[in-house]
Write a new protein. Sequence first.
Length: 256
Amino acid sequence: MLDFTLLACAAFLAGLVDAVVGGGGLIQIPAIFAVLPKEVPATLLGTNKLASMCGTTVAAAKYARRVNVAWSTAAPAAVAAFVLAFVGAWTVTRVPGDFVRSLLPLILVAVAVYTFKKKDFGSVHAPVHSGMKERCLALGVGASIGFYDGFFGPGTGSFLIFLFVRFFGFDFLGASAAAKIVNVACNVSALIWFGYSGHLLWQLAALMAVCQIGGSLVGTRLALKHGSGFVRKLFLAVVSVLIVKTGYDTFMHLGF
């Protein structure tokens, strides 16, 4: 019962953070691996994905009702992400992820520095693309992030928000809304594989899904109430934690 309580609390907090800026996996994945160390990793990841999918879906629906989602960007990106998440999952079973692991902290540092230096970055929603150019760029972003999510995964939601702000001219609130749509596609894609292969703890996943949904509702409400400035600050905080976490994992993996 204590284990389930700890995982329920972790799922709620993960849902809250993920609904605003992504990065909920930083909380939920270490928690589930720590509490259930004897389970097969694929089963824990599948359980995590089901809970995350429920939380992200609720957040996406709430954003869609309150924010003018740029579907002309989000929809092509989601389709590409859905397909390439499968490819990424297939690739990781054949190619070691060490190279991506070693580059990730450096990429995150660049994202944090760029966001911090540009004080007005993501403060105004002013889309800069339309038509075929917008759709092609969205397909490229969705494909690359979808592949990354299937192949490795940490920080997917945060990367999506940064890319939507940087390359499409969205503000942080609009970028977060679009990112949730793409995130749902990634999660569903991965969940189909995990469910098909039987890597799911259904009862635990159901409990964590309910808590994720609760956290997502709170997080979405905070983001909508406080706007892009709040999302930007939390984005920088989550990216900073990601830098520390992925940097530590890289050093440990390399034997330092």
